[in-house]
Design a protein around this ligand. Structure first.
Ligand SMILES: C[S@@+](CC[C@H](N)C(=O)[O-])C[C@H]1O[C@@H](n2cnc3c(N)ncnc32)[C@H](O)[C@@H]1O
Length: 223
């Protein structure tokens, strides 16, 4: 059985990993890139990559067994516009984002991140200021960041952080505080589960502004 939660601050997950060369990830590495952070078993990207094959898709996930299973599915379908990588997003992703060719990153999704309810565990949550700064630096104005969760106590601090940064704005036509629907062609696995139980989902689509990105506060200390 796959354990439900991995502590991203554990010493097991502090080693930065190298980003494979883009040509090893995708057959056409210059296509626009969608990055899904915390992709779990990868079924959302697997479906989206087939529904909209015109861009590349990269899923990153801290649970290695899920990445291996997702990669096996992808290889079985011979999808060369999709790849899954094991990493701790808070350790490796800043560097990886900095290595991407300027303008390649088209969209980032963070969907139903692990909640880590206890206050002393909030620093284990994936959207930390340093990661947001790296995303803002890699996304050109007009590019998208989509976040959603079924837990208000998780999504509200994420949205507060993103709103306060000035690096992202919401499309004028979008309902406040939460979008009525998912703008993507495919729901995430967790989203499907939550909706099947008739529970609410809180979503915000952000668009990158032209405000220059800079460091947003200190990085986090391991507990
Ligand atoms: C609740 S699941 C949601 C999965 C999927 N996004 C969905 O909506 O169905 C959150 C996922 O994020 C992963 N995760 C949590 N912290 C992470 C980190 N620091 N780096 C990479 N993945 C992380 C977890 O292992 C888990 O698979």
């Amino acid at each position: 059985m796959v354990r439900q939660h991995v502590n991203p601050l554990s010493s097991l997950y502090q080693q930065p990993l190298p980003l494979p060369p883009p040509g090893e990830l995708f057959s056409q590495p210059h296509r626009p890139l969608h990055l899904d952070i915390g992709c779990a078993r990868g079924r959302f990207l697997l479906a989206l990559a087939q529904a909209e094959p015109q861009r590349n898709y990269l899923g990153v996930e801290i649970r290695r067994a899920l990445v291996e299973a997702a990669e096996a599915d992808r290889q079985a379908l011979q999808l060369s516009q999709l790849h899954y990588l094991f990493c701790n997003a808070n350790v490796s992703l800043q560097d990886w984002l900095g290595q991407l060719p300027a303008g390649l990153l088209e969209r980032v999704t963070i969907q139903f991140p692990d909640p880590w309810f206890k206050k002393k565990h909030h620093k284990r949550r994936v959207l930390q200021p340093a990661l947001l700064g790296a995303l803002a630096a890699a996304l050109l104005p007009g590019r998208e960041l989509f976040v959603q969760s079924d837990v208000l106590a998780v999504i509200e601090p994420m949205v507060s952080l993103i709103d306060a940064s000035g690096w992202f704005r919401r499309p004028l036509a979008d309902a406040r505080p939460w979008r009525a629907s998912n703008p993507l062609a495919v729901p995430s696995e967790r989203e499907t589960h939550v909706l099947s139980r008739g529970l609410p989902v809180y979503r915000v689509l952000y668009v990158r502004t032209d405000q220059a990105a800079a460091a947003l506060g200190a990085t986090d200390n391991p507990d």
